[in-house]
Design a protein around this ligand. Structure first.
Ligand code: AMO
Length: 427
């Protein structure tokens, strides 16, 4: 029976254990070997005396990052760094690593990012990188748990589609037999259609594709979108679901793995909803008071977002965006120049967009025209508005951006296993 290295502390001195993992380091003194073995929970020292195992000579020549299975007795009074070692009685060699390694796993000097990504399977062996994805997994579990408790139905909508969702640009085309198709930019149209189907509350976790040419630290061409849509609610209620889902998931994750995160120097704070709110127009005023020269309808530059981040620290909502800056499906406010929309920012980066949506069929038709969209492309979607569509609202949350910001990473590629960007299609 295999024991994970982190669980060894629960075992008593002298007990027999089996651990399996990679050889991280070796120290050899003629008739004695010290091997540091790593699995996905930690490291432990294996002490091997000549004569204690039959394949000692073979093991003596083994390379770093080879995979072994070790059986032996625990010595908890060891003078090794961790105070615990395994006195090996049997070591099976399961896989021998080639040399030299294209990327060191424990090297102090870190390789450049391209080398790291080219050898991502090795890069992810580093505990400080692996933990990013353990964190992401726990965070997503928490969001799912929250949505489930609130009676949301998890759905899966098509990723190969016939029309653009978020406007015509930024689409990856694919050949679909005799037709032209696209990789979906967001489940927006489908989640809204399910509202007309009476699903009431839906959420989806799935890939979204954007053919954006930007090569920045916050843009991916394929990312994971956590989408929510609910019937009979407005933008304010959608914001409430969002801040509660994130707070629940973050606090739960801290409870489960806070000490591991601290040990690897990822420090995150517990969250308490509600998050601060500021309108677009108030933000403009504030930014102009800080010396910027922004007019109504201008987007916020990275510099502007940095100034706002200093004001708020942590999460904050920017609400009431101008109509011209939001997609065709966004519900106008009583002042038609503004919309019932919001972005959730964390530090200086947008992690979520959301809004109340238009549910009136005529209003939607007018908006297609105003935004210069071809109504025929949206026939399948528009139809769902003709036969009884409740008012509804929702949001889309970028998982990689959320993780990047919560852990203080400086590039969204760090929180993406195998990033797709302007120049990278492999691995
Ligand atoms: P939007 O286009 O703002 O809205 O996307 C929602 C969220 O998805 C993430 N995101 C990205 N992450 C990494 N790289 C990208 N290129 C990228 N583009 C977007 C961000 C962003 O906040 N349909 C609406 C959502 C809604 O209203 O429900 C939408 O897709 O975190």
């Amino acid at each position: 029976m295999r024991t994970y290295i982190a669980d060894i502390e629960k075992f008593e001195d002298g007990m027999e254990v089996t651990v399996q993992g990679w050889i991280q380091e070796m120290r050899k003194i003629k008739n004695l070997m010290f091997i540091i073995v790593r699995d996905n929970t930690g490291i432990i020292q294996i002490t091997v005396k000549k004569g204690s195992i039959p394949n000692y000579d073979e093991l003596y020549e083994i390379t770093r990052e080879s995979v072994i299975s070790v059986n032996g007795l625990l010595n908890k009074k060891s003078i090794s760094r961790s105070g615990t070692e395994i006195l090996a009685s049997n070591i099976e060699i399961l896989s021998i690593a080639d040399t030299p390694l294209p990327l060191g796993v424990i090297d102090r000097v870190s390789a450049d990012f391209d080398t790291r990504l080219n050898n991502r399977f090795l890069d992810l062996r580093k505990p400080e990188h692996l933990i990013i994805f353990k964190f992401e997994s726990q965070l997503l579990f928490g969001i799912r748990e929250y949505m489930n408790r609130e009676n949301f139905i998890e759905v899966h909508t098509p990723k190969i589609v016939g029309a653009a969702t978020e406007g015509g640009a930024d689409l990856f085309g694919v050949e679909y037999f005799e037709k032209k198709a696209y990789l979906n930019q967001s489940p927006q149209l489908y989640k809204e259609m399910l509202i007309s189907s009476g699903f009431d509350k839906v959420f989806e976790v799935g890939p979204a594709f954007r053919a954006e040419k930007e090569n920045t630290v916050r843009h991916l061409n394929e990312f994971t979108s956590i989408d929510m849509e609910a019937a009979f609610i407005d933008d304010k209620k959608a914001m409430e679901y969002l801040e509660r889902a994130i707070s629940y998931a973050v606090n739960r994750t801290i409870d489960i793995m806070g000490t591991d995160l601290d040990r690897l120097e990822y420090h995150i704070d517990r969250l308490e909803p509600p998050f601060p709110r500021i309108t677009y127009e108030e933000s403009l005023k504030y930014l102009n008071n800080q010396g910027l020269k922004l007019s109504f309808g201008d987007d916020f530059s990275p510099e502007a977002n940095k100034i706002l981040a200093q004001k708020f620290k942590g999460f904050y909502f920017i609400t009431g965006w101008p109509t011209d800056m939001r997609p065709f499906y966004t519900h106008p406010d009583t002042n038609p120049r503004l919309t019932k929309s919001f972005d959730l920012q964390l530090a200086d980066i947008e992690v979520t967009s959301g809004a109340q949506r238009i549910h009136n069929y005529r209003m939607l038709e007018e908006n297609f025209m105003k935004k210069g969209l071809n109504k025929n492309d949206f026939e399948f979607y528009e139809k769902a508005f003709k036969y009884g569509m409740p008012p509804h609202a929702g949001w889309g949350l970028g998982l990689e951006r959320l993780v990047m910001n919560l852990l203080g990473l400086n590039n969204v590629r760090e929180s993406t296993l195998f990033p797709r960007d302007r120049t990278r299609l492999s691995p």
